[in-house]
Design a protein around this ligand. Structure first.
Ligand code: VGL
Ligand code: ZN
Length: 228
């Protein structure tokens, strides 16, 4: 029998991504919290590693519309720092500024994660991303240019992880890019659709074609225990 070692990656479950007060509130984002808390039942799910990611921007971050005199949700062309290629990216409202209230983990989730971090019954980590001022990060593995890498891959390798399950916010940005990077790195990757919400749910068909192109399997919470 092949050995399956599963990691759960909880992406950016932070107040700024959550209604009603979040600066970049993802529609219906709060609905995922209860389901994600269910996934943290260690008697039911056999996680070998749990990672919670944090979007963690300096206030002068280049992804903030206001730092370019533009309106949120417009786009801007960015130039690759070395090879000059151009990438058009969305500019966002100011969100998840380091140490701000909005950057805190969802209030229902924070104490549960803190307990897991303290007990380490399952190796549990937080991974920050987005802290370099001059570049956007959607994936918890790397910036959008692929130049700077977080510790996420190292954590998964050190824990012998084979399978990665992703949940959180947002289905079409950070969960998407974290999932496709996990798949591209060779992990068997599953995104739990009902444990995630999109900034733009009307584009879910297109979003899901990107997941599938990279071999990410789209499942729901009820399938997770079986897939492990
Ligand atoms: C995210 C936009 C900007 C996300 C982060 O977590 O999906 N989206 N920063
Ligand atoms: Zn961000």
């Amino acid at each position: 029998m092949s050995q399956t070692n599963s990691a759960l990656i909880i992406v950016d479950l932070q107040e700024d991504f959550l209604p009603p007060t979040g600066a970049l509130a993802v529609p219906h984002g709060r609905e995922v919290i209860d389901l994600i808390l269910q996934l943290l039942d260690l008697n039911k799910y056999n996680w070998k590693t749990i990672i919670a990611t944090l979007d963690w921007h300096p206030s002068d971050h280049t992804s903030f519309a206001k730092n370019h005199g533009q309106e949120p949700y417009t786009t801007k062309k960015f130039k690759h720092p070395h090879n000059g290629t151009i990438k058009e990216q969305v500019l966002w409202p100011v969100h998840c500024v380091q140490h701000s209230k909005g950057a805190e983990l969802a209030k229902e989730f924070k104490p549960v994660l803190e307990d897991l971090l303290q007990k380490q019954q399952v190796p549990t980590y937080t991974v920050k991303k987005g802290y370099l001022q001059d570049r956007e990060y959607y994936s918890c593995f790397q910036d959008t240019w692929g130049l700077h890498h977080t510790e996420c891959e190292k954590i998964l390798r050190e824990n012998g992880i084979t399978h990665v399950f992703t949940v959180g916010l947002a289905y079409d940005y950070c969960v998407l890019n974290s999932s496709i990077d996990a798949a591209d790195l060779g992990f068997q990757t599953f995104v739990l659709k009902d444990c995630s919400r999109a900034v733009d749910p009307s584009a879910n068909d297109k979003t899901e074609s990107v997941y599938r192109e990279h071999g990410v399997k789209i499942i729901n919470l009820q399938d997770a225990a079986l897939a492990q």
